[in-house]
Design a protein around this ligand. Sequence first.
Ligand code: UP5
Ligand code: MG
Length: 210
Amino acid sequence: FDHAKVTVIFVLGGPGAGKGTQCDKLVKDYGFVHLSAGDLLRAEQNRPGSQYGSMIREYIREGQIVPMEVTIKLLENAMRAALESPQAEEAGKWKGAWEGGRGRFLIDGFPRKMDQAIKFDEDVCKSGFVLFLSTTEAVLLHRLLERGKTSGREDDNPESISKRFRTFEETSMPVVEYYRERMKVVEIDSSPPIDEVYAKIRIAVDAALA
Ligand code: UP5
Ligand code: MG
C-alpha cells in the first residue's frame, strides 16, 4: 500500500484487554476502518467452502497463532476492499476514514508474533504507532469468563483462556517490546472503567495524528 494513502494503528493487548471495545469507540469518534484479525479469522472459519475453516478453528481453540499467510491475506483483502469501496464512503459507513484522501486503519489483535510483524511491515504497510492496552491476568480472566457466558466464542473457556495467556506472554509480548524499542508504543492501563481508558486513548490518538 502507498504510504501516502494509508495510516495504520495497531491495537495490541492481552486477551480481553478491551481492544475491540475501545476500537468501536474510536470508530464512532474518528471514523477509522476497524479490522480485527480475530474477527476476520472467525469469519473465514465460518465461510462456507473455506479451505482454512477447520485449521483456524483448531488454532483458535488452542490459543495458537494461525500461520501468518492466512491472516495477512485476510487483512490485506479487507484493507483493499475498504480503500476501493466508494459505496462505503458514500454511505458514511467509514465516515472520516478518508480524511485528506488517506485510508486510516485500526488493526486490532495483530501482529501477535514476530514473523507477522516483520512480514506486514515489509510487504503490506508500516504501522504509524501501536496502542498497547495493558492490565493484569486477573482482570483479563474475569472479563473473559463474564463475556464467555454469552459470547459463544469457542475460546472463552478456562482451558483456552490459559493457553491464550501463555501465547500472549511468550509470543506476542516480544512484538510489543520490538515496537517499544522503536519508540512506537503508547501504553495505556486498561484496568479502569471503559470510559476512563478511552479518555486516555483519545489523548494519545490526537497527539499521534496531529
Ligand atoms: N471490557 C472491556 N474493557 C473493559 C473495561 N475497561 N472495564 C470492564 N470491562 C471491560 O473486551 C472483553 C470483555 O471485557 C468484554 O466483555 C468487554 O465488555 C469487557 P474486548 O473489547 O472484547 O477485548 P479484546 O481485547 O478485544 O478481547 P479478545 O478476546 O477479542 O482478545 P483476543 O486477543 O484473545 O482475541 P482475538 O479475537 O484478537 O484473537 C482470537 C484468536 O485468534 C487468537 O487467540 C489466535 O488464536 C487467533 N489469531 C491469530 O491466530 N492471529 C492473529 O493475528 C489474530 C488472532
Ligand atoms: Mg477482540
